[in-house]
Structure formats: structure tokens, C-alpha cells
Design a protein around this ligand. Sequence first.
Ligand code: AMP
Length: 224
Amino acid sequence: MAQRIVLLGGPGAGKGTQAKRIAEGGALSHISTGEIFRAHAEQKTELGQELQKYMSKGQLVPDELVCEIVAGRLCEADCRDGYILDGFPRSLPQAEELDRLLEERGESITIAVDLEVPDDEIVDRLSARRTCPNCGRIYNLKFDPPAQDGRCGEAACGGAELAHREDDREETIRERLKVYHEITEPIISFYAEKGLLKSVEAANQSPDDIALKIEEILSSAKAT
Ligand code: AMP
């Protein structure tokens, strides 16, 4: 059966890092709304500029626009055999719309995994986060630094200079956390009430340890 996974957690909880690993390990598509939006923003199209307006302030892109983009993405061929959603849904209306979209095709979310990290650790992690603009590899200057200062260590990237996301500055991080608690956190109960929620304690743990816990959850969900 195709796995359709929702990965939940605040900004900087490690969703991107873990989603990439899960997708590679399980041959699933990795759908990150943040990455899709940043790709639009880089192209400086009208849509990209509209999205950037919200992202640079740490605010959520309006539900209708997000859902329209995700609905299009879920129709692509690589989604047929399952996927992991990273950063979507991020509000109750988005979670409800996702259910509606899936129901139309006789599908549903198979599991929701929530990465739990306290706010102070999130601020610490995000202010030290750096991303390779070339391959998307995420580093942390404190916990997972690149071998060469400020440069990506992946062979294919030729030492590309790492970027500090505009929305990973402290003031914007605080705003993103506020938005997370007010608008996104309620969807944890939404999935709990459906019996789909699994929580993972993700504070003070290495990405490898967290990945191991997620793998266990996903393989026991697959077996049932
Ligand atoms: P992320 O890379 O997931 O942290 O997303 C970066 C930014 O993109 C967020 O701070 C929001 O501004 C926007 N964004 C990403 N996903 C969503 C979503 N599902 N709903 C609304 N805004 C989103």
C-alpha cells in the first residue's frame, strides 16, 4: 500500500532533513511546500514575488494559494506510489482541504509524524542553519558543521557557498514560532483524533537517532 505521510513539527524541528532521508529510504516523493515556494521566488515570477512577500516576514502564505499549488503537485506521476509531505498542511483549513482532495481519489493520509522540539532549541538551531543552494543539503554550524568553513562538502557541489535563509534570522524565527503555535499546532489534535498521530521526541538528539525512531514508526505502521 502506498504510504502518504505528513511530517509535522515547528520551524527548524528537522522536517526537511528527515523528510529527505525518509523519501530516499522508502522510494517516496518528498514534497516540501517551502522548497516549492522558494523555487518560485528565485525565478522572480509574479507568483514567486507574491510568495516571497509572506515568506520574508515569517508569515503563512494564504491557504487557498497553498492548496492550489499542492493540489497540482499531488497530480504529478511521481506521487502515485506515495509521498512525504514536509511543511504542509500548516493550518486546519489546509488539513481539511488535503483530506477532501485525497477523498476524491479514494485515498487518505496513512500516518502523521510530529517532531517535538522546544522553542529555545528551535531558535538556537535555526540561527545556525545553513543550506547549500546547489544540492539542498542542510548544515548546522553548531551540531552538523561543514568540513570546510561556509562551503558544501558534497562532492557534486564543488564547495558551493552555503546560504543563510532570510527567514532564519532571529526576529523572523520568533514570528514563525508564534504563527506555528497559533495556526499550525492545532493540526496535531486533528491527526490525533483520527488515530494517525505518532510523536517523536526530537530535542537534543542527533539527526541519525531521530531518523531511526521515525523508521521504526513507519515500518511498524506499514506492517499493520
Ligand atoms: P519551510 O521551508 O517549510 O519552513 O517554509 C518556508 C516558508 O514558506 C514559511 O515560513 C511560509 O511562509 C511558507 N510556507 C511553506 N509551507 C506553507 C504552508 N503549508 N502554508 C503556508 N505557508 C507556507
